[in-house]
Structure formats: structure tokens, C-alpha cells
Design a protein around this ligand. Structure first.
Ligand code: SAM
Length: 288
């Protein structure tokens, strides 16, 4: 069975090419590449000379047939992008799907990717994150896109061109709020690699002008709801229900259904309500 290899290439520092990646690239029959001129120079650097096939966003569908033909003949093919891991904000997904449908093996050869490099050194929690790729370019669509992830508790990771960074930050401040922590990872693995760490509010000033180089933007996840942070009429209904002997989970289910608020949020408030009541009971107990 022939194999399509997805080979990661460096995102700046040429030493970040894996030994396995180099071996695979020198052994395959064909290398599909986003920009063949760029990739030819990269491969030359490693002393690799294999036939290249251009496969980019605009011709991916048409080139899939050529790759499938090569695989059908029993020859292995590699896919690389201009930088980093193919199919991550780069072409590849449609090719992978077509190869799997065609009964071929698809094998990743992992290596550099800007999102993970940025995350692990950002200082933000790395146990839960949401990779969002590039934001929409139009402001209205971008705001809508941000509002869809407003409640996400994990770190939000975005790619963006430095030119659009100032306007993205303005929208982040408006939609997600100015207080969240934010990291801009710039020129990763390159000579002028920098990590700026601060708040959304401070980033607006620091990046009022577009920086130079490539950037990854990381925004802290949604802050945990303050348990009592429900509109006061809703809190009162919750309070009354629980006073009438309804359990916290039942009261939360009812209130969430009636108000459309997230059940978890209401439940947290109900638990806080129950804990508060318990504390109050305790306070009054001794004297009564
Ligand atoms: N496939 C690549 C990967 O695995 O990271 C991403 C390709 S995407 C077209 C290019 C975007 O990735 C850039 O606009 C930038 O947001 C980010 N990026 C790539 N290289 C970077 C670097 N050295 N430093 C910071 N960001 C980088």
C-alpha cells in the first residue's frame, strides 16, 4: 500500500527539521508543495532533490488526482507546506481525505508548528486550548467569530498577519473584554523571537502599530463565572425555589430552562446559594 506522508518543515529555524522528515523527503517519488520555488530552496539546503508538484489552496482539488495516480501506481508521496505542519492553516485536509477514501495510508511526520511552539512557552495553561486559525478579515464577521468563543474556558490561539494585529486586538477588547491575559508570540524560532505577555488592554497600546514579522496571538480563556453573577431577579427565583425545598440541581435545571442561561452557570450559583444558606443557618444556630 502506498503512503502519503505529511511532513512538517521548519517555521524559521532550519535546524528544526527532523531526521525522519529528511529521510522521508529523500525517499518519496513525489513531493507536493505549496510553493515549489520556496520548497526547492529549502530542499536544496538539506541536499534533497526530488520531483515537486505545486499544490496550493487554489489548485488543491485538481492536484489531488495527480497525487492519487502516483499512489495508485504504488509510489509514496510527501506533502509539505511553506512552513510548519501541513493542513494546519495550510492546504492538505482535502488531499488527506481523498487519500483515505482511495484506500491509501496517511502518515504524519511531526515537527514544527507555530501554534504549539507559541502555546508551550506562553506561560498560559496548556491543558486546554482552542486553535482558531486565521480570523475573518471583515470586522463584523470577526466580531461574530470572537463572540462564538466568548465562553470557552481554554486558551484561544489565533494566527494573524502583523498588519491586521492592531484591529484584531481592538475587536478582542470589545468582544472578550480588556482584562484577559494576552500573549503575542513573534518570529518564533527566528533570531528576533519575542514573547510579549500582558493584558488585552495593554496590548492595545503596545501594538497600536503593526509589528514586524509573523505572530501568533493567545488569549486567556473565559474567566470562571463568579457564582453569584446572575441577574438579581433570576437569583431571587433560584433562592425562592431552594427555600421551598427544591434541590440545587433541580432548581438550576428549571431556571436554566426558563431563562436560557447555561445550566452549569445557574447550577454554580445555586450551589453558592445553598452554601450561603448553610453558612447563614450556622450563624443563627447558636443564639436561637
Ligand atoms: N502550517 C503552519 C504551522 O504549522 O504553524 C502555519 C501556516 S499559516 C499559513 C502561517 C501563520 O502561522 C502566520 O501568519 C503566523 O500567524 C503563524 N506563524 C508561522 N510561522 C511563525 C513564526 N515563526 N512565528 C510566529 N508565527 C508564525
Amino acid at each position: 500500500m502506498a503512503t502519503l506522508y505529511l511532513v512538517s518543515t521548519p517555521i524559521g529555524n532550519l535546524e528544526d527539521m527532523t531526521l525522519r522528515g529528511l529521510r522521508v523527503l529523500s525517499e518519496v517519488r513525489l513531493i507536493a508543495a505549496e510553493d515549489t520555488r520556496h520548497s526547492r530552496r529549502l530542499l536544496q539546503h538539506y541536499g534533497i532533490s526530488r520531483p515537486l508538484l505545486s499544490l496550493h489552496e487554489h489548485n488543491e482539488q485538481a492536484r489531488i488526482d495527480q497525487v492519487l495516480e502516483t499512489l495508485d501506481q504504488g509510489h509514496d508521496v510527501a506533502l509539505i507546506s511553506d512552513a510548519g505542519t501541513p493542513a494546519i492553516s495550510d492546504p492538505g485536509f482535502r488531499l488527506v481525505r481523498a487519500c483515505l477514501r482511495g484506500g491509501h495510508r496517511v502518515v504524519p511526520v511531526p515537527g514544527a508548528s507555530a501554534l504549539l511552539a507559541a502555546l508551550v512557552a506562553s506561560g498560559m495553561p496548556s491543558d486546554r486550548f482552542l486553535f482558531l486559525g486565521f480570523p475573518p478579515r471583515k470586522p463584523a464577521a470577526r466580531k461574530q467569530w470572537l463572540s462564538e468563543v466568548k465562553e470557552e474556558p481554554g486558551v484561544l490561539i489565533m494566527y494573524e498577519s502583523p498588519r491586521r494585529l492592531p484591529s484584531l486586538l481592538r475587536d478582542i477588547a470589545e468582544v472578550l473584554g480588556p482584562s484577559r491575559p494576552l500573549v503575542v508570540a513573534r518570529e518564533l524560532t527566528k533570531r528576533y523571537e519575542t514573547f510579549w505577555r500582558g493584558s488585552v488592554r495593554d496590548a492595545l497600546t503596545v501594538f497600536a502599530e503593526a509589528p514586524r514579522g509573523e505572530v501568533v496571538v493567545l488569549v486567556g480563556g473565559a474567566p470562571k463565572e463568579a457564582p453569584r453573577d446572575l441577574p438579581s431577579p433570576v437569583r431571587e427565583v433560584l433562592h425562592d425555589l431552594m427555600l421551598a425545598g427544591i434541590s440545587a440541581s433541580q432548581a438550576a435545571r428549571l431556571v436554566a430552562k426558563l431563562t436560557g442561561l447555561p445550566r452549569r452557570r445557574v447550577y454554580q450559583a445555586a450551589l453558592a446559594e445553598a452554601a450561603g444558606k448553610h453558612a447563614e443557618d450556622k450563624q443563627v444556630e447558636p443564639g436561637t
